[in-house]
Design a protein around this ligand. Structure first.
Ligand SMILES: Cc1cc2nc3c(=O)[nH]c(=O)nc-3n(C[C@H](O)[C@H](O)[C@H](O)COP(=O)(O)OP(=O)(O)OC[C@H]3O[C@@H](n4cnc5c(N)ncnc54)[C@H](O)[C@@H]3O)c2cc1C
Length: 422
């Protein structure tokens, strides 16, 4: 064994890029296993499944987006904030924007997730609101409050409705969860402000039905609740242009313009630009090809997981979910440790853990063990499930206690406590 091998065995440099479900949980799993460094563009984790509840004020930022410095024991995992712009696989180092010195590694874990895919639709990048980050939810909440504030108290019902029209693009789980929350929040605001008429939330889906790919029983619950919450579904409809104040739709060859105070885009995820730049084997969709051990093909010291990795041996419904990223993080941590110890990495097997969809501020649908549960019970079950998926015991306990003693009631739009940013 030469001197450099000995050094690697003593104190392996493990670099984890990305602090989401894949990256953060891998870093936590490897804490103390070597010189572990987590590099992430943001300074906090985000429990994305509860971003809708953050929008509605049912949960707070510290519950679902704790800072890495709070979660990581700095003696065991160092945190570096910054966007990685390049990886040099041959020299085993990565470039971080704004840092002169590159970061070297013996083992590299890539988990940088995806970004919003606007599919090149005209005006979408400029005018549509993405919904993937805390700041996106803040922007949307502000947009809804601004729209409501512009409605005079004596406005005619049709004028109030026009001013409080919002369009959600994409009828997948994300679009459904978002549109039901928005509808509940806006209808509640109409009642509180004594406005006449009702707001309008339109959900645009290109396919024939909402939540494609989900179990038909859960879809039946979703469709029923969408109708109850007065979300208008435009199926088999394409967005052809997003305007500063509206959207142009196409259905059966006919075009229609809907004036709107906000257009929110949930219709698709694109590969992270960092991954696009890397010279390793990828699928035709740009995902990294990984071995069953989650090692990047041809680079055994590099692992990839979560939204950027193509792992063919699972149910298609698991692809691109927090569920699989979370499960994969356990395997990656184990396999990196195995390599450090001179062992052989193991292949992974990942399970479908069930489906859960939030439906407004008082409802949800949960599919577990082949049964669909709806209503308040499902809402509570969903919270319980997600509390167990929050990082670290300490954080879980703090959040669990806050929910237990403080409750999870929504915060009406525009009431005190709203963060109004310029
Ligand atoms: C609103 C919303 C709701 C969702 N709801 C659900 C749900 O209910 N159930 C479910 O299973 N899945 C859900 N998902 C999908 C789920 O969030 C993702 O599948 C999961 O987060 C993927 O984990 P990941 O680690 O691959 O990426 P992410 O969790 O996206 O983490 C990526 C990390 O990489 C960092 N990063 C990005 N680029 C760089 C860079 N160049 N350099 C350094 N760091 C970088 C980011 O800051 C982030 O920390 C939802 C997604 C969204 C957006």
């Amino acid at each position: 064994m030469d001197a450099s091998e000995e050094k690697v065995e003593e104190r392996a440099r493990i670099l984890v890029i990305g602090g989401g479900f894949g990256g953060l949980f891998t870093a936590l799993g490897l804490a103390g296993a070597g010189e572990v460094t987590l590099v992430a563009a943001d300074d906090h984790f985000l429990h994305t499944p509860l971003l809708y509840e953050y929008l509605s004020g049912e949960v707070e930022a510290w519950h679902i987006a704790p800072h890495f410095r709070e979660l990581l024991d700095e003696d065991k995992v160092r945190f570096v904030q910054g966007a990685v712009t390049d990886v040099d696989f041959d020299h085993r180092e990565v470039t971080v924007a704004g840092r002169v010195r590159k970061l070297g590694y013996d083992y590299l874990v890539l988990s940088v997730g995806g970004i919003t895919n606007f599919w090149g639709v005209e005006g979408a990048e400029a005018y549509a609101l993405p919904f993937r980050k805390i700041r996106h939810a803040d922007d949307l909440r502000k947009r809804m409050i601004d729209a409501l504030d512009r409605i005079p108290p004596d406005a005619a019902p049709q004028d109030a409705r026009r001013a409080a029209t919002f369009v959600v693009v994409g009828g997948g789980a994300s679009g459904v969860e978002l549109s039901t929350k928005m509808s509940d929040l806006l209808r509640d605001a109409f009642r509180r402000r004594g406005l006449r008429g009702e707001p309008r939330v339109v959900l645009v889906e290109m396919g024939r039905q909402v939540v494609p790919g989900m179990d038909s029983e859960i879809r039946a619950v979703v469709e029923k609740v969408l109708a109850e919450k007065r979300v208008e579904i435009f199926s088999e409809t394409k967005v052809v242009e997003v305007l500063k104040r509206g959207v142009v739709l196409e259905h059966a060859g006919e075009r229609e313009t809907i004036e709107a105070s906000g257009v929110v885009w949930t219709a698709g995820v694109r590969i992270n630009p960092l991954i696009e730049r890397l010279d390793v084997e990828k699928t035709k969709n740009g995902l990294l090809v990984v071995e069953p051990t989650l090692q990047v093909r041809g680079r055994p010291e590099v692992f990839a997981l979560g939204d950027i990795a193509y792992f063919p041996h699972v149910a298609p419904s698991l692809a691109g979910t927090a569920q699989i990223a979370f499960q994969q993080s356990k395997l990656v941590a184990r396999n990196v440790q195995e390599l450090i110890d001179g062992g052989v990495p193991a292949a992974g097997h990942f399970e479908e853990l069930g489906e859960a969809v939030s439906l407004g501020v008082d409802d949800a649908a949960v599919l577990t063990a082949g049964r669909v549960v709806g209503g308040q019970v499902a809402r509570q079950a969903r919270f319980a499930l997600y509390t167990s998926r929050l990082p670290t015991w300490h954080h879980r306990l703090r959040v669990g206690a806050a929910w237990f003693f403080g409750g999870k009631a929504p915060r009406p739009l525009g009431l005190q406590g709203d963060i109004i940013k310029g």
